[in-house]
Design a protein around this ligand. Structure first.
Ligand code: PLP
Length: 428
């Protein structure tokens, strides 16, 4: 069933570390061989063995219109014929920037980069340059890309100056990263007691990288107050939640306003795009207007911008899609819950717009420690059983699932049927 993929993985392994260009793709935490993908079509993936899957990963978020959306495809093809890259300004960058500025009341100006990692890394530099301070507060379990100062491990829920979670990251670089506990305001207060040099708090306002764990409103309000009181900036990393939870991400749900917003994933419609934006006062610190340096040879690449623009225009002209996506996500999670309940397996779910998450856990998950206490072995088995039945779920218990506009009711029903069978095999 996976013969060609097994062979392809071995071949890749010889020339690419772990056989993959991003670690999670190797399926290490769920076991088995990752299917090598031949092509996508609408809501489906086809691997090189000819297996068909209902795709709930969607390239880890970007493909809100599914694979091979005609509008995005045509925008890209038109643009490709005019040349791939110039390293000079193009109108399509301004057009996409205008769309974003008109959408987010927290953004007057925006700069484009080529990945979420780059967006966050640049936003941090800007926050430090603007505030004239060095320390940052990040939350255990929040992922903000792989730049050095953000690769800091969770310290068993305790607030502590961070130590690097990867060899190759000098402690000198992470000593400015203070770790706090998600949804725990006291842990953040402690950071401000420990340091009077805090430039910013960075948070996924709807965490999607420890499973789906939304921040509660009181907590976000508290962060805003702490930032205001201490002259620090609040950064919402909406690389995943942007255009996913609602059209304006978490900002369509919470009343709390961030100072800087980072975007990625959906913003590129499947092409490599990231962005960070803020009010003019902050953005004017950025080179060449201001002193904070930031650059990129392929930044604002016209082909990538065209994909993003086509995708964003489509989202803006169909605001009701989020109601539909949310309803489908809820139906899917209710189905998974019922399947787990039928076998008396402890299970909880959550939904934010087109994002869905579940844990094999009897208790509420509100931070990274709770997430780590869920049954990841049960998840791994569930994942394998679903894959066998043609359902492509994220290959880790700490990821979020996504519904696309082309995911049909029938796909949802078939996925729920598979979930009943998978839960049954978990009990056996
Ligand atoms: C995916 C992600 C990133 C990193 O984006 P890349 O494009 O993978 O570099 C940063 N922050 C959040 C919240 C993400 O989900």
């Amino acid at each position: 069933m996976f013969e060609n993929s097994i062979k392809a993985f071995k071949e890749a392994y010889n020339v690419i570390p772990g056989g993959v260009d991003s670690p999670v793709r190797a399926f290490s935490s769920v076991g088995g061989t990752p299917p090598f993908i031949d092509r996508g079509e609408g809501a489906y993936l086809f691997d090189i063995d000819g297996n068909k899957y209902i795709d709930y990963v969607q390239s880890w978020g970007p493909l809100i219109f599914g694979h091979c959306d005609r509008d995005i495809e045509n925008a890209v093809l038109d643009r490709v014929k005019k040349g791939l890259s110039f390293g000079a300004p193009t109108n399509v960058e301004t057009e996409l920037a205008k769309e974003i500025v008109s959408l987010f009341d927290t953004i007057d100006k925006v700069r484009f980069v080529s990945s979420g990692t780059e967006a966050v890394m640049s936003a941090l530099r800007l926050a430090r340059g603007f505030s004239g301070k060095d320390d940052i507060v990040k939350f255990a379990g929040c992922y903000h890309g792989h730049s050095d100062s953000l690769l800091v491990q969770a310290g068993s829920g305790a607030v502590t100056f961070g130590s690097p979670s990867s060899p190759g990251v000098p402690e000198d670089l992470t000593k400015h990263t203070l770790l706090a506990t998600y949804n725990d305001l006291d842990s953040v207060k402690k950071c401000f007691e420990d340091s009077d040099n805090i430039a910013c708090i960075i948070i996924e306002p709807i965490a999607g990288n420890m499973g789906l764990v939304p921040a509660n409103e009181k907590f976000l309000e508290g962060l805003r107050e702490l930032c205001d009181k201490n002259g620090a900036l609040l950064i919402f990393d909406e690389v995943m939640s942007g255009f996913r939870a609602t059209l304006t991400g978490a900002q369509g749900i919470t009343k709390v306003k961030p100072d800087i917003v980072t975007l990625g994933k959906v913003i590129g419609g499947g092409m490599p795009v990231g962005a960070f934006g803020a009010r003019s006062e902050i953005m004017s610190y950025l080179s060449p207007e201001g002193p904070v340096y930031q650059a990129g040879t392929l930044s604002g690449n016209p082909v990538a911008m065209s994909a993003g623009l086509a995708s964003l225009k489509k989202l803006k002209s169909n605001p009701s899609i989020y109601v539909d996506l949310g309803a489908k996500a809820k139906r899917l999670m209710q189905g998974f819950q019922a399947a787990a309940d039928a076998e008396e397996i402890p299970f909880i779910t959550d939904v934010r717009g087109s994002m869905f998450g579940f844990f094999f856990s009897a208790n509420e998950v509100k931070d990274f420690t709770d997430a780590q206490n869920s049954d990841t072995e049960a998840f791994a088995k569930f994942h394998q059983e679903m894959l066998k039945r043609g359902v492509y779920l994220a290959c880790s218990a700490y990821e979020t699932g996504f519904i696309s506009t082309v995911t049909t009711d029938e796909d949802i029903e078939n996925t729920i049927i598979a979930a009943y069978e998978a839960m049954r095999s978990l009990r056996d």
